[in-house]
Ligand binder design. Structure first.
Ligand code: WT7
Length: 635
């Protein structure tokens, strides 16, 4: 029996049980039957959860790009691999076949090698959602360079800290980026970032907006002439199963972003397997994930998952509101999209517009619609199901994380049932558990707890770049022997999981994972600020928005509070990016703190939400009187 495709409910349980009883046999068989390897493995799995050490397919040799492109050429050479839909609907879409993609990636890979990039070197990719982004990522993987894609909405100092952390040798960027009716000066941002990044000796610049940019002699080169001059065909690097594939930064509850390191074979196996089943992918489907490749969703479900299955994947450069609120639906109609994967924040923002925007397009090609990034509320779920899926497309509410690499808990369309707001059941191979405060596993159903995973899975991150202790501490220490997700969840009467949200100091704003600490660090750099605390509060569109409680220094200089509010937000924008701006700012004379000096965020969260009932135990506070002041001045 093959385990790659789950066809019905009975088979789901059969595969699930097999995957728990004999995880090595289960994943081993999937790996063996569905990929091309230079050499097989010694052991399917070798691990020590206590030390946060996990190895899949030890000693196997493979190249993920050979699996994404080369092996499809004989059968699918002329098939479209990538549909590029530009920001401006008047600009022609591009259809890039598997043959074209092979040529473009091979040439780009040769350019990288000529520029001195070798296996193991880090390359920062800071590009808009254009074909060059996909080609650059795959070119790195082809030669074994480690890509670190940084979302092109991040500010110069955010890019700089990510480049410095993993010592990138090269940056690939573009002159600019189109975003709705704006254009953004990406090269200018990189120039500013690189003032602080001595490790970068080369910058390759793609042309997109044709705006004038500075080219630094000896460092910067236009990309296209190099590609044009490159030789075709590039021998792929033979990679060890556990060789690093990429680093992707995610925020944590301390200031420094965490460079999550993903390795080659396990990531390949699980992204491919999850894509096939969760989106019910069949040959000739047109798959569209609206995420940016700068996030894990884009890595796994715009690029690797679809291409590993020889699928056609859409890369969309634009935004849902440009030129109007019908853009997503127009693109589905235009390209006859069969699977559509987006985020609750986008669904909510489009649901609040007139239904005519969606109703006027032909969405009848859709089979499966998906959601990711944060809990999807009941109302948004139903709107999505009714207006986009027309009640005939299963809604896959997919729970996972940058750290997990691929989808972990989700319905499987036409196989397992859906339930509004529930991610439902784990994928075969995934062993979620709920834990109580005493660190005991909670058995049975109709229970709530902290969501952990108790057995390794192939696409899990292996470490935090340069800081294994932090990796161990963050994910493997709260519940010894288990991976702690940072999320709370409930399990209903039949065993379906519903993710209730973060239980730590991370806030999900518009699907973006924002640690409160780095934002606080940025605010505290403002000369007028003494201290600050950020919490999330519910927001109709964004899911959560940020509320800042700020203590000013007693210099009396900054009397104009409006001005100060603006300055603080500008400061956050330039240090982290506009997504981290505060919706509300309250100036306070103190913050509720425990005797050990820890800010009691639970109380601030309740005040931000406007819920003044039951603050819980405040007797451990050093300064209980501050609570009344903050309450009465809430904005
Ligand atoms: C956090 C991870 C994985 C891709 C996008 C985000 C939240 C994600 C769901 C969902 C409820 C979800 C969790 C998780 N989250 N998907 N379907 N239902 N919550 O990746 O930035 O690493 O964020 O997003 O809180 O821990 P990320």
């Amino acid at each position: 029996m093959s385990y790659y495709k789950i066809n019905n409910l009975e088979q789901y349980f059969k595969h699930y049980n097999k995957s728990i009883r004999e995880p090595r046999k289960f994943w081993g068989k999937i790996a063996e039957e569905n990929f091309v390897w230079y050499q097989g493995w010694d052991k399917v799995l070798d691990f020590d959860m206590g030390e946060a050490q996990v190895k899949w397919f030890t000693d196997a040799k493979v190249n993920i790009v050979k699996n994404c492109i080369d092996r499809h050429l004989a059968k699918r050479g002329d098939k479209t691999a990538i549909i590029f839909e530009p920001n401006n609907p008047e600009e022609a879409a591009q259809h890039i076949s598997y043959n074209d993609l092979y040529d473009r990636v091979s040439k780009m890979a040769n350019v990288l090698r000529e520029q001195g990039i070798k296996k193991g070197d880090r390359v920062c990719i800071y590009l808009p959602m254009i074909p060059e982004l996909a080609v650059s990522v795959l070119a790195c993987a082809r030669i074994g360079a480690i890509h670190s894609v940084v979302f092109a909405g991040f500010s110069a100092s955010a890019v700089a800290s990510r480049i410095i952390d993993c010592e990138c040798k090269m940056v690939i960027t573009s002159d600019g980026a189109f975003r709705g009716n704006k254009s953004i000066d990406l090269k200018g941002i990189i120039d500013e970032a690189l003032e602080k990044c001595p490790s970068v000796t080369k910058v390759l610049v793609a042309k997109r907006t044709n705006t004038a940019v500075n080219m630094k002699e000896g460092r910067d080169q236009w990309l296209q002439p190099l590609v044009d001059a490159a030789v075709p065909n590039c021998v792929a690097e033979i990679m060890d199963a556990e060789d690093p594939l990429f680093i992707l930064y995610t925020s944590g509850s301390t200031g420094k972003p965490k460079g999550m390191l993903h390795t080659t074979a396990g990531y390949m196996v699980q992204t491919a397997y999850s894509f096939k089943n969760i989106f019910n992918y069949e040959e000739n489907d047109i798959f569209w994930c609206t995420a940016d490749i700068g996030w894990i969703t884009g890595h796994s479900y715009i690029l690797y998952g679809p291409l590993l299955n020889g699928a056609t994947t859409v890369i969309f450069e634009g935004i849902p509101s440009y030129p109007d609120f019908g853009r997503f639906w127009e693109v589905i109609d235009k390209h006859k999209v069969t699977q559509f994967y987006t985020a609750p924040t986008a669904i909510r923002s489009l649901a609040k517009e007139n239904d005519e925007w969606v109703d006027k397009y032909d969405l009848s090609t859709l089979k499966v619609i998906g959601s990711v990034g944060e809990p999807i509320n009941e109302e948004a779920w139903h709107w999505y199901n009714d207006h986009v899926g027309k009640k005939k497309c299963p809604v896959v509410d997919t729970w996972w994380q940058t750290e997990t690499g691929s989808i972990m808990i989700s319905p499987i369309p036409f196989v397992t049932p859906t339930k509004p707001t529930y991610a439902t059941l784990p994928l075969p191979g995934i062993q979620p558990v709920l834990m109580d405060e005493k660190r005991n596993e909670i058995e049975g159903n109709q229970v709530v707890g902290s969501l952990c995973i108790k057995f390794p899975w192939p696409s899990m991150a292996r470490t935090i770049w340069g800081d294994h202790e932090r990796y161990k501490e963050t994910y493997f220490s709260a519940f010894p022997g288990k991976y702690f997700t940072g999320d709370g969840a409930l399990r209903d009467e039949v065993g379906y999981y519903r993710i209730t949200g973060r239980v730590d100091d991370v806030v999900i704003v518009s699907g973006h994972n924002l640690g409160t600490a780095p934002i606080e660090d940025a605010i505290n750099e403002h000369p007028a600020v003494a201290e600050s605390a950020i919490v999330g509060f519910p927001h109709d569109i964004k899911g959560n928005a940020l509320y800042g409680f700020i203590i000013l220094k007693e210099t009396g200089e900054y009397r104009d509070r409006d001005n100060l509010t603006r300055e603080i937000n500008e400061h956050i924008s330039s240090h982290i990016g506009p997504i981290a701006k505060l919706d509300k700012i309250q100036f306070v004379s103190g913050l509720p703190k425990t005797r050990s000096g820890k800010i009691m965020r639970r109380i601030l969260r309740k005040i931000a939400e406007g819920d003044f009932s039951n603050f819980g135990d405040t007797t451990t506070l050093l300064n209980p009187e501050i609570v009344d002041e903050i309450k009465s001045n809430r904005v």
